[in-house]
Design a protein around this ligand. Structure first.
Ligand SMILES: [Zn+2]
Ligand SMILES: [Zn+2]
Length: 1020
C-alpha cells in the first residue's frame, strides 16, 4: 500500500538528518528564497560583533552564534528584511601571537629579523585560513549568513574609517601622548590596556615575600619595616607610604610596623602615621647611579593596606600604577628599571636580568647589607597576559590615549536609550562608563591598524591623517610600494608636516584591536560614504577574501543604529564599549537599540574549560556527537544571567526529551498511514475543521497558547522561555492528548488526526529558529501530502492565531493537577495505575466537575464525586523552599506549631500557625483518610481514593495486566499495528474468558482460549 507519509524510524539520527537538510537547503536555495521573500519588507538591523579569525571557533562562540542565528531566523519568519553580514576580526596582538607561535618566533627582535613584510603576509594567510574554517563550522551549526559578504577588519576601508575617527578626536583635543605607568607584557613587548587586563587571567603564582628594614635618618637604631613581593622594584624605590590615621609601633628590635599588623607585639613606643610623615630614610639601593640625588622620605597615603605586609608600603613610581599617581601628588622622581622585554636596564645593578632572575641576587644583596628581616615565598593571584600568559609588570612609557572625559556623559546618555536583556546589565554598562579611564590606543607591535600620527620635530605639530586620499596628497615618496595600509609598507611613506612642510614620519605604533572592531557600525554600513561601491569594502589585505559592498550614506541611515546586537557579558567593556565610544563620538548616537548579553560557558560540572585540563569540547566534536540541533537547544535553554554548564550529559538529556516530539510525530504518521488519512493545508490557517470534542478544542487552544507564549518570549529575546513553553506543550500533546485519544486514532476518527496534525505542525513552526534541522525534517515529512505547503518550514512564515480559550485551558490544567494527585494517592496506597478502583472523592477543585468522566477514565475509577473528603488525620509541614526565605527566623516557631498540631485550618487550603497565615503553596499537607482510603492534597485540592478491592475489581485488574502483557508480546514479536493474532491464556486465567470480547478488541485477537500453563500468541 502506498503510504501517505514516509515512515519515521524509532528515533532520529540527528547527524545524518542534519547533513541531509544542509544538502537540501543548498540544492533548493532555501536561504536565498527566504531573502527574496522578505525583500522590501520591514527592516531588522543586526550588526555582528566580529569573531577573531585566528583559530577554529570554540563551543562558547557557537553559543553566541546560535543566539544570533535564532533571532535572525525568527525575524525572517516574521517577514523582516535583513543584512546577514558576518564579521571577522583580523589584526592586532591576538593574530600576531598565534603567527609567532606557528613560526617559532618568541620576541619582537625575532619578528624583526624574520621581516615585517613576510610577517604581515603570514598574518593575512592565517586569517584567510581560519575565516574559512569558521565559516564551515558556522554553516554546519545551521547559521544563515551572507557568507560571501563578510567584513574583515583589516581592510583598508576599515582602517580608513578608524583614521577618520582618530582625526576627529584629535580635532576635538582628546588625543594625547601620555607618559604613564602602564601594565606591560614583557614577552609581547607592549602595553596592555585597562579592558585587556580584565580579560587576562589571574593565576596562582609563587613569588618571594621579603620583609626588609630601611634605616631612618637622624633616628639612631630606628627603621621602617617594609614588605614586597616584587624585589625587582626595590632598585627603583623613592619613598615609603604610611596611613596617616593608623597607629604604628616601634618594636624592641627597632622597626616601625603598623600596630594592627603585629597585634601581639608589646611596642616600646607608639605613634600615629602622620607623625612619621616627612621622615627621611636610607633607600635599599642608594649606591646605584639612577638613585644619586634621590631623597627618600615617608609620604602619607590613605589607601595603605592594613590587611597584609607591614602597613608601610615601598613606593617605586616607575614600577607601579598607584606609585606613579603618588609621584604626581608628592613630586617624586620616577625611575623605570625595566626595558621593553622586562629586563633590568643598565645602571640598576642587575643589568639584563629578567624580573625572575633578579629575585635571588637582590635577596642576597639585602641580606649581606643587613637590610633583610625575613625572606619567604608566597603564592598569590597575579595578572598575566591574556594572549600569551606571561606575568605582567608595570612600566612607565609613552603611549597614545584618547581622553574619555568629554565622551563619558554622552555615552551614559546613549546607554540610557538602550534596552538591555537581562535588564540589570544596563547598570553594569553604566558602571563601566563611569569608571573607564582614557583609552590607551597604541601598541608597540606590527600587524595592526597603523596609527596615522606624524609628529614634527621642527615645529611640534602633530599631523593626523584621516584618509588614504589625504595620505596620498601629503606623501613625499613611497606610494608606489604601498600595497596595503599596513606595516612595513605604510612606514615607507613620509609626508609633509601640516605645520611647516618638513618631512615627517609615522610613529611606529599600531592600534588597539578594539578600534578595529569598534568602527564596524560605521565602516560596514557606509557612513558618510559618497557613493555605493559594489564589492568596495574588499580593499588592501581584504582583497580577494570578500565581496562585501561599500554602501553609501543613505544605506547607513537605513540600517543604523542596529535594532539588536548580542555578545557575551565581558563585551560590555570591550565591543559594546568600543562601538559606543566610536559611534557616539562621530554620530552622537548609540549604535544599537537593544542588546542581549549572556554569561560564561563552563563545562557540565561548572569548571572553566581548558584544553590542558582535558575538559574542553571542540566544536567539531560536539557537532558530530550531539548534533547541531541538540547543541542549539542546550544554548537556548540557558537563562542568560547564569553560566551555561555545557556538555555531553545535558546533551543526552535533551536528545531524550526530543524523543517525545519524535514519537508523537511517528504516532501520527503510523496511524495516518494505516487509515489512509491525508492532511488539509487549510487547517493551518483556519484551525482544524470539525474540532468539536472538548479534547480537540483544548489542543487547538493549547497550540494557540504556545504560539502566544513563544511570540512573547522571542519578542523579549529570551530563548529559555521558548524552550520551556515548547517542552510543556510537547508533554501535553503526548501525555494528555495522544494518550487520551488513542482509541479515536485506532477508530480512524478524522478530527483527531486533523487536530494532532495541526498541533504538531504549528509547534514545529514555533521552534524552527531554535532547532532548524529537526523541525525542517519533520515539516517536510508532515506536510509532504499538501501540495500548497511551502517546501521548508523556514519559508512558512509565522503562525497567525486567534487568542487561546483561556477558560478551557485552565480547566484542563486543573484536571491534570487532580489526576496527578490521584496518582499520588494510588502510590501511597500501593495500588498500581492499571488496577480499577471503585470511588474517588475530590474536594476543592472548582473547574474539574465538568470533566468527571475524563477523570474517572484517567484514574480508572468507577465513580467520581465532588464534596468533602473525610480525612481522619492531618499533618501539615512547612514547604521550606518557599517559607524559609519568607519567614526567616520566624520559621522555627511556625514549624514547631505545625508539628505539635497547634494550628488552625482556614478556607482555600490556608492555615494559621504561630501568628502567620500560610498559603496553600507554602505548606505540604499529608492526610490519612478513613481505613482503606488513600488521600493526597496540594494547593487547596484534596482527593481521596477508595483503595478497597472486591473480587470484580481484582479480576478486572488482571484483565488489564493481561492486555498489557499481550501487547508487549506483540511488539516484541515484531507484529504490525494491524496484524491479528490468536491468543492462548493459561488455564489458571480461565476465569478471565468472561471478558474475552474486551481482551480480543484490545489485542486484535481473532480468538481467545484457555489452555496449558503458558501465555502464547500466534499470528492469525
Ligand atoms: Zn603577552
Ligand atoms: Zn612641522
Amino acid at each position: 500500500m502506498a503510504h501517505i507519509f514516509s515512515r519515521l524510524p524509532d528515533k532520529p539520527d540527528h547527524y545524518t538528518l542534519e547533513l541531509e537538510i544542509l544538502e537540501t537547503w543548498d540544492r533548493e536555495g532555501t536561504f536565498e528564497k527566504l531573502r527574496e521573500q522578505n525583500r522590501g519588507g520591514r527592516r531588522f538591523s543586526f550588526i555582528d560583533g566580529p569573531i577573531t579569525a585566528n583559530n577554529p571557533m570554540g563551543v562558547h562562540h557557537a553559543w553566541g552564534r546560535t543566539l544570533k542565528d535564532v533571532f535572525q531566523r525568527y525575524k525572517a519568519l516574521r517577514g523582516y528584511e535583513q543584512r546577514y553580514q558576518n564579521g571577522f576580526d583580523c589584526q592586532g596582538l591576538w593574530v600576531e601571537v598565534e603567527v609567532e607561535k606557528a613560526l617559532g618566533l618568541n620576541s619582537k627582535r625575532e619578528i624583526e629579523e624574520f621581516g615585517l613584510a613576510e610577517f604581515a603576509t603570514r598574518c593575512r594567510e592565517r586569517v584567510a585560513h581560519y575565516a574559512e574554517v569558521i565559516t564551515e563550522q558556522s554553516k554546519r551549526l545551521g547559521m544563515w549568513m551572507d557568507w560571501d559578504a563578510d567584513y574583515y577588519t583589516f581592510t583598508d576601508t576599515n582602517i580608513e574609517y578608524i583614521w577618520r575617527f582618530l582625526k576627529a578626536v584629535h580635532e576635538r583635543g582628546w588625543l594625547y601622548q601620555g607618559h604613564r605607568s602602564t601594565v606591560w607584557c614583557p614577552r609581547c613587548g607592549t602595553s596592555i590596556s585597562q579592558h585587556e587586563v580584565f580579560s587576562g587571567e589571574y593565576r596562582e603564582l609563587e613569588h618571594p615575600s621579603l620583609y626588609l628594614r630601611l634605616p631612618l635618618k637622624g633616628r639612631e637604631g630606628e627603621s621602617l619595616a617594609v614588605w614586597t613581593t616584587t624585589p625587582w622594584t626595590l632598585p627603583a624605590n623613592v619613598a615609603a607610604a604610611v596611613n596617616p590615621d593608623a597607629e604604628y609601633g616601634l618594636t624592641d628590635s627597632g622597626e616601625w610596623w603598623a600596630a594592627a599588623l603585629k597585634p601581639d607585639e608589646a611596642f616600646v613606643r607608639r605613634a600615629r602615621g602622620e607623625e612619621l610623615v616627612g621622615l627621611e630614610y636610607d633607600g635599599p639601593f642608594d649606591q646605584l647611579s639612577p638613585q644619586q640625588g634621590v631623597l627618600h622620605r615617608v609620604i602619607p597615603w590613605d589607601d595603605v593596606s592594613m590587611s597584609e605586609g607591614t602597613g608601610i608600603v615601598h613606593i617605586a613610581p616607575g614600577a607601579g600604577a598607584e606609585d606613579f599617581e603618588l609621584s604626581r601628588i608628592h613630586d617624586l622622581p620616577v625611575l623605570g628599571p625595566l626595558d621593553e622585554s622586562g629586563r633590568m636596564l643598565p645602571g640598576f645593578g642587575f643589568d639584563g636580568l629578567s624580573t625572575d632572575e633578579v629575585e635571588q641576587p637582590i635577596t642576597d644583596d639585602l641580606e649581606r647589607r643587613g637590610l633583610l628581616l625575613e625572606a619567604g615565598r608566597i603564592v598569590h593571584r597575579y595578572p598575566t597576559c591574556w594572549r600569551c600568559g606571561t606575568p605582567l609588570v608595570f612600566r612607565v612609557v609613552d603611549d597614545w590615549f584618547v581622553s574619555a572625559e568629554e565622551i563619558r556623559q554622552p555615552m551614559l546618555d546613549a546607554n540610557a536609550t538602550v534596552e538591555w536583556t537581562p535588564a540589570f546589565y544596563s547598570k553594569r554598562m553604566d558602571d563601566w562608563l563611569r569608571n573607564m579611564g582614557d583609552w590607551n590606543i597604541s601598541r608597540k607591535r606590527y600587524f595592526g591598524l597603523p596609527l596615522p600620527f606624524y609628529p614634527c620635530g621642527e615645529c611640534g605639530t602633530l599631523t593626523v591623517i584621516g584618509s588614504r586620499a589625504e595620505l596620498e596628497e601629503r606623501a613625499l615618496s613611497g606610494l608606489e610600494q604601498l600595497r596595503e595600509l599596513h606595516r612595513p609598507w605604510i612606514d615607507e611613506v613620509p609626508i609633509a608636516c601640516s605645520g611647516c612642510g618638513a618631512e615627517v614620519r609615522r610613529i611606529p605604533e599600531v592600534g588597539d584591536a578594539w578600534l578595529d572592531a569598534g568602527i564596524v557600525p560605521l565602516s560596514t554600513l557606509g557612513w558618510e560614504s559618497v557613493e555605493y561601491v559594489p564589492h568596495g569594502y574588499a580593499t588592501g589585505a581584504g582583497e580577494g577574501l570578500t565581496s562585501a559592498d561599500l554602501p553609501d550614506h543613505s544605506y547607513w541611515e537605513q540600517w543604523f543604529p542596529a535594532d539588536w546586537v548580542s555578545e557575551m557579558r565581558e563585551q560590555i567593556r570591550l565591543w559594546f564599549y568600543s562601538i559606543s565610544f566610536m559611534s557616539v563620538t562621530l554620530t552622537g548616537r548609540s549604535p544599537y537599540h537593544r542588546v542581549l548579553t549572556y554569561e560564561k560557558l563552563l563545562d557540565e560540572t561548572g569548571r572553566e574549560m581548558h584544553r590542558s585540563w582535558g575538559n574542553a569540547i571542540e566544536v567539531n566534536e560536539a557537532l558530530d556527537r550531539m548534533g547541531a540541533d541538540v547543541m542549539r537547544w542546550q544554548y537556548c535553554s540557558q537563562p542568560p544571567s547564569q553560566n551555561l554548564l555545557f556538555g555531553f550529559g545535558p546533551a543526552y538529556e535533551i536528545r531524550r526529551k526530543l524523543l517525545t516530539l519524535w514519537h508523537s510525530a511517528k504516532f501520527l504518521v503510523d496511524y495516518a498511514n494505516i487509515e489512509g488519512w491525508k492532511p488539509e493545508w487549510g487547517d493551518l490557517v483556519s484551525g482544524p475543521a470539525g474540532a468539536a470534542e472538548p479534547l480537540d478544542r483544548w489542543l487547538v487552544a493549547r497550540t494557540n497558547a504556545l504560539v502566544e507564549e513563544a511570540t512573547a518570549a522571542y519578542e523579549s529575546w529570551l530563548t529559555v522561555d521558548v524552550v520551556r513553553a515548547y517542552e510543556a506543550f510537547v508533554e501535553d500533546v503526548s501525555n494528555w492528548y495522544i494518550r487520551r485519544s488513542r482509541r479515536r486514532f485506532w477508530d480512524g476518527e478524522e478530527t483527531a488526526f486533523r487536530t494532532l496534525w495541526y498541533a504538531l505542525v504549528q509547534g514545529l513552526r514555533v521552534v524552527a529558529p531554535l532547532m532548524p534541522f529537526l523541525t525542517d525534517h519533520l515539516w517536510r515529512q508532515l506536510t509532504a501530502p499538501c501540495a500548497e505547503a511551502p517546501e521548508s518550514v523556514h519559508l512558512a512564515g509565522w503562525p497567525e492565531v486567534a487568542s487561546a480559550d483561556s477558560v478551557l485551558l485552565e480547566e484542563i490544567a486543573e484536571l491534570r493537577r487532580v489526576v496527578e494527585l490521584g496518582r499520588q494517592a494510588r502510590a501511597t496506597a500501593g495500588v498500581k495505575l492499571r488496577q480499577p478502583l471503585r470511588t474517588l472523592v475530590v474536594e476543592g477543585a472548582v473547574l474539574a466537575p465538568a470533566h468527571a468522566d475524563e477523570l474517572a477514565e484517567e484514574l480508572r475509577v468507577r465513580n467520581v464525586t465532588f464534596g468533602e473528603v473525610d480525612a481522619s488525620e492531618l499533618r501539615v509541614r512547612p514547604n521550606l523552599p518557599v517559607l524559609g526565605p519568607k519567614l526567616g527566623r520566624e520559621l522555627g516557631a511556625v514549624r514547631a506549631a505545625l508539628e505539635s498540631g497547634d494550628f488552625e485550618e482556614l478556607p482555600g487550603g490556608c492555615f494559621r500557625a504561630a501568628g502567620h497565615e500560610l498559603g496553600p503553596d507554602e505548606v505540604l499537607v499529608e492526610s490519612r483518610g478513613k481505613e482503606g482510603w488513600a488521600v493526597a492534597a496540594a494547593d487547596g485540592v484534596t482527593v481521596a481514593l477508595d483503595a478497597h478491592l472486591d473480587e470484580e475489581l481484582e479480576r478486572e485488574g488482571r484483565v488489564y495486566d493481561l492486555i498489557h502483557t499481550v501487547n508487549t508480546m506483540r511488539k516484541e514479536a515484531g507484529l504490525e499495528l494491524t496484524d491479528r493474532i490468536r491468543l492462548t491464556v493459561p488455564q489458571s486465567d480461565a476465569d478471565l474468558l468472561a471478558y474475552s470480547d474486551w481482551i480480543a478488541r484490545e489485542t486484535l485477537a481473532v480468538s481467545v482460549e484457555a489452555s496449558g500453563s503458558e501465555l502464547a500468541i500466534t499470528k492469525a
